[in-house]
Design a protein around this ligand. Structure first.
Ligand SMILES: Nc1ncnc2c1ncn2[C@@H]1O[C@H](COP(=O)(O)OP(=O)(O)OP(=O)(O)O)[C@@H](O)[C@H]1O
Length: 309
């Protein structure tokens, strides 16, 4: 059976003057999944999401959200799609609780606003605080609550945890996991590797306006000469001889004090070959550790940039 797509973006282009912020970007989001758009600052993530939300028009390419055009079919999509903005869309003088109740009142079967406020830690005083006086983190949590109070089928979350403290971050992650468990499709943007790794079924790495890789976190970190094995042993092992016992493309080095690093496609056979070579040479490796490539390593390889903190 064909996979049902909640979002389909094909060859999307959006330029601001001479700057092609989005430059031929394509990805799909299966219904019911959590997809993370991951990329360095200025990669085009927000622009892409805002086009999907119907807030900006594409210069070229096609975007389908729940099978519809986000601009032409905006009215039909509004009750079905939740949107968490990086900023804006609020009445500065309105209280947090009032804002959420107002949004809930526009939906046919909303979640209970008071319960939701409690879930995101905005009950009590915070609920009675005018929006402009909320802290940055509280504003974000309110914006998240407003995005999901209408029980949408699809939610766009633009950097939902940027600037949040650990507790609020975990509360947000729990909510996203609950949304997924309820069958809601979630598209989020993030710089945070651990967030993408923990939440996303699919990670789309975006750089300079285009997709440079996409897949599950496991698919992205698999493959290639991409792991390392570390151990300690007496100094002066014959590493050329060790490499001769390993697949082509493997590398080995010794750091001060008999710390060895062997890089290659680290699979069970690779580990067995290293330990067999050690056994054959009367070497007992200690502190033997296998380190697989992290999503962060993949990201740095592909984009040449470190992630923003
Ligand atoms: N309204 C605008 N006018 C002009 N340039 C813009 C506008 N909005 C975004 N840009 C530019 O488009 C590029 C992509 O920006 P965008 O906000 O989509 O990136 P991003 O990946 O979301 O970045 P970040 O992670 O920093 O939020 C940047 O170079 C940005 O300066």
């Amino acid at each position: 059976m064909a996979e049902i797509l909640a979002v389909e973006v094909v060859d999307l282009v959006k330029a601001y003057g001479p700057n092609r912020a989005v430059n031929g970007l394509s990805f799909t989001v299966p219904a019911g999944s959590v997809t993370a758009l991951l990329g360095p600052n200025g990669a085009g993530k927000t622009t892409t999401v805002e086009i999907c939300e119907g807030f900006r028009r594409a210069d070229a390419g096609t975007v389908l959200v729940l099978g519809r055009d986000p601009v032409a079919d905006a009215a039909a999509l509004r009750p079905r799609v939740g949107v968490m903005l990086q900023s804006g869309g609020m009445y500065p003088g309105a209280r947090a609780g009032e804002m959420l109740r107002l949004v809930a009142a526009h939906h046919a079967h909303p979640l209970d606003p008071d319960t939701l406020l409690e879930r995101v830690g905005l009950d009590g005083t915070a609920a009675r605080t005018p929006f402009r006086r909320l802290s940055g983190g509280q504003k974000q949590l309110l914006s998240l609550a407003m995005a999901i109070v209408g029980r949408p089928e699809l939610v766009f979350l633009d950097e939902p945890t940027a600037g949040l403290d650990v507790r609020a971050r975990h509360a947000t992650w729990d909510l996203v996991e609950e949304l997924r468990a309820a069958g809601v499709t979630v598209v989020l943007t993030t710089h945070a590797m651990d967030e993408a790794e923990r939440l996303a079924d699919q990670v789309v790495i975006v750089d300079r306006g285009a997709v440079v890789a996409a897949g599950t976190p496991a698919e992205l970190t698999r493959g290639g000469a991409d792991g390392e094995l570390r151990f300690r042993a007496p100094s002066g092992l014959d590493l050329d001889q060790l490499l001769a016992a390993l697949p082509d493309g493997s590398r080995a080095s010794e750091r001060a004090g008999g710390h060895y690093i062997v890089r290659g496609t680290v699979d069970p056979a690779f580990l067995a070959a290293v330990t067999a070579w050690c056994a054959g040479n009367g070497v007992l490796p200690t502190d033997l550790r296998v380190e697989q490539r992290s999503l962060e390593d993949v990201f740095v390889d592909l984009t040449g940039s470190e992630l923003a903190p």
